[in-house]
Write a protein that binds this ligand. Structure first.
Ligand SMILES: [Zn+2]
Length: 216
């Protein structure tokens, strides 16, 4: 997800701070000094291409993850790098063409230390009756922002970066973002919540700009 208030990280943000303490790249890299760690991470983490609507792959229903292992953590690391580079505040695996139920997110404010979060097989256990409206954007629907109404609080259960089960209540931007990203796991984009006319107009413009980009 792309936020309305852009949450760009400083160009020289400390990459090591974006990583959890155990497992995956962080586990392997433990013991390296900050500069070596940064070089190491640059060498193994990759910014992937983000699919842009109306790419049909974005309509895929993603599969649950069997287990959280190093391979999955490598995917999550790449997703985080891709999201930061975009820049965005949330990304689902299908947006880089991998149809598994994995989401990364960072809702830290500009200038604050990064707060990467990872959600594997997320489920919504409960949601409020109260709805709230937020101007949503999406890395797969670049440059468009539209109000979408959603429950303002949801209770979510998921596995974290280390495969541990977690349950928490999401409010405000966190609630908006987790619902937006979980939609991706069902092959749903925020434009699917808009009127047919508005959606068609946005997708047409995206297709046109992609054609121009290919031609140029
Ligand atoms: Zn999105």
């Amino acid at each position: 997800m792309r936020g309305t208030d852009s949450r760009r990280l400083p160009a020289e943000y400390n990459k090591s701070a974006t990583l959890p303490q155990t497992g995956g790249a962080a586990g392997v890299a433990a013991g390296l000094d900050a500069r070596r760690l940064s070089e190491y991470l640059n060498s193994i983490m990759a910014v992937r291409d983000i699919l842009i609507a109306p790419d049909p792959r974005l309509k895929t229903v993603s599969e649950p993850v069997d287990r959280v292992d190093d391979e999955l953590r490598a995917l999550m690391d790449d997703m985080l790098e891709t999201m930061y580079a975009a820049p965005g505040i949330g990304l689902a695996a299908i947006q880089i063409g991998v149809p598994v139920r994995v989401i990364v997110m960072d809702l830290a404010h500009d200038g604050d230390a990064p707060e990467p979060r990872f959600f594997v097989n997320p489920e919504i256990l409960d949601q409020s009756d109260t709805l709230t409206s937020y101007a949503e954007g999406c890395l797969s629907v670049p440059e468009f922002y539209e109000d979408v109404e959603r429950p303002d609080t949801v209770r979510v259960r998921y596995l974290d970066y280390d495969g541990n089960p977690r349950e928490e209540e999401a409010r405000d931007l966190f609630a908006v973002c987790i619902q937006h990203e979980m939609d991706h796991l069902e092959g749903v984009l925020f434009v699917d919540h808009l009127s047919r006319l508005k959606r068609a107009s946005i997708l047409k413009k995206l297709q046109k700009s992609r054609r121009l980009a290919t031609a140029g």
